[in-house]
Design a protein around this ligand. Structure first.
Ligand code: TXA
Ligand code: MG
Length: 316
C-alpha cells in the first residue's frame, strides 16, 4: 500500500476535470453516483482496471459495470436491441445496468468483463459522475469503492476509510441519494432477466416491459452478480428479522420502534435504502452484534433484503 494520501476533489468543474484527467492517465478515482460511490478506471486501459482489482482485493472473476455518459455512448461498446432501447428511454440516466453482447471493436479491457462475451453498461444520473464521463468521453469501469466484501460506500468518508492511499483521488459530493447499487437486467438472452435487485424496483421495470422478469436459477454458473454469498459484510455479526436487540446487540430498526438507529421511522423503503449502508457502517466496528428488524420484500425491499442476507451470511 502506498503511504500517500488520496486527493480529495470537489464536485465543481475543477474537480470533475481533474478526475477525468487522472482517469485518462490510468489512475483510480472514486466518484459519487446516485447509487453508491464507484471506484473508477478507464475501461479501455487494462493496467488501470487491474489496479481496481488490486485496490479492492477483488476476486478476478467478478466482472465490472462500464459507466458511460449516454445511451449513444453505450452503443459504441454493446450490441443494442429493442428492449435496451425501451429500458434506456424509461430509466436512463439512473440506477439501472443493462447486460448486452459486446460489439466487435469495442476496445474494452477483458479484465472488465472477466472474459465474458457480454458487458454491463450504465448511464448514472449523478451530475458529477455525468460531468466526469463527458469530460473523459470514454467508458469508466467502476465497482463500488470499498474493499471487496465490505459494506458499500455511500459517502466519501466511507471510501477513504477503506481505500485511502490506495487510490489517486476521491470526488466528494456528499451522501448518495439511492444508497443501493443499480438493478442489473440481462438482455443478452431470449428473455429479460433480473440479475441483481437494486436501486430501481423490479416492479417498475416489469411495468414498462409489460411482462415479468425471469430470475436466475441459483444453480446456474456464476455469470450473474451477487455470486458470492457473503458480500456487503460488516465485521459484526448480523441477526435478521429481529423484533428487538437482545443482550448486548445493537438494534437497527425499520418503522416506528425503539432502536439504536432506524432505517426509516415512517417505514419508507426508499429512505431505508438510502440509509442502509451508512447505518451498517455506523453500527459496525463497535464490537457488538447487530440485530435488524424485518423489512418488507416488495419494491426496493427486495434489494434491501438481498443485501442484508448477504451481510448476515457466514464469511467463509
Ligand atoms: O450502482 C452500481 O451498480 C455501482 C455504481 C458504482 O455504479 N456499481 C456496482 O458495481 O455495484 P459492482 O462491481 O459492485 O457490481 C457489479 C455487478 C457484479 O456483481 C457483477 O457480477 C455484475 O455486475 N456484472 C458485471 N458485468 C456483468 C456481465 N457481463 N454479466 C453479468 N453480470 C455482470
Ligand atoms: Mg460492490
Amino acid at each position: 500500500m502506498s503511504s500517500a494520501q488520496s486527493e480529495i476533489l470537489g464536485p465543481d468543474q475543477a474537480g470533475t476535470a481533474r478526475a477525468a484527467e487522472l482517469l485518462r492517465m490510468g489512475a483510480l478515482v472514486a466518484f459519487p453516483t446516485e447509487t453508491v460511490y464507484g471506484l473508477g478506471a478507464d475501461a479501455r486501459n487494462g493496467t488501470a482496471v487491474a489496479n481496481i482489482y488490486a485496490a479492492k482485493g477483488r476476486p478476478a472473476f467478478n466482472p465490472l459495470i462500464a459507466h458511460v455518459a449516454s445511451a449513444a455512448a453505450a452503443q459504441r461498446y454493446v450490441v443494442w436491441n429493442d428492449l435496451a432501447e425501451v429500458l434506456a428511454n424509461a430509466f436512463w440516466p439512473g440506477p439501472l445496468s443493462l447486460v448486452l453482447p459486446l460489439k466487435e471493436g469495442h476496445g474494452i479491457s477483458g479484465l472488465v468483463t472477466a472474459g465474458l462475451s457480454t458487458l454491463a453498461v450504465r448511464v448514472p444520473a449523478h451530475p458529477a459522475a455525468h460531468a466526469i464521463l463527458e469530460a473523459l468521453d470514454g467508458p469508466v469501469a467502476a465497482p463500488s469503492a470499498n474493499p471487496s466484501g465490505g459494506i458499500s460506500p455511500t459517502t466519501a468518508a466511507h471510501v477513504l476509510g477503506g481505500l485511502n492511499g490506495r487510490i489517486a483521488a476521491v470526488l466528494n459530493d456528499g451522501p448518495c441519494d439511492v444508497g443501493l447499487e443499480s438493478t442489473i437486467i440481462g438482455l443478452a438472452g431470449n428473455l429479460p432477466m433480473l440479475l441483481r435487485p437494486g436501486g430501481l424496483a423490479a416492479e417498475e421495470i416489469e411495468a414498462v416491459l409489460g411482462r415479468p422478469l425471469i430470475t436466475r436459477d441459483a444453480t446456474d454458473p456464476l455469470t450473474a452478480p451477487g455470486q458470492l454469498l457473503s458480500h456487503y459484510a460488516p465485521d459484526s455479526a448480523l441477526r435478521l428479522n429481529a423484533q428487538a436487540g437482545e443482550g448486548d446487540e445493537l438494534f437497527l430498526g425499520f418503522g416506528p420502534m425503539d432502536c439504536d438507529l432506524n432505517l426509516s421511522e415512517t417505514g419508507d423503503l426508499a429512505e431505508a435504502a438510502a440509509n442502509l449502508f451508512g447505518h451498517l457502517h455506523s453500527l459496525d466496528g463497535q464490537g457488538r452484534a447487530i440485530a435488524v428488524a424485518p423489512v418488507p420484500h416488495h419494491g426496493l425491499g427486495q434489494a434491501i433484503n438481498d443485501r442484508l442476507q448477504r451481510a448476515a451470511a457466514p464469511k467463509s
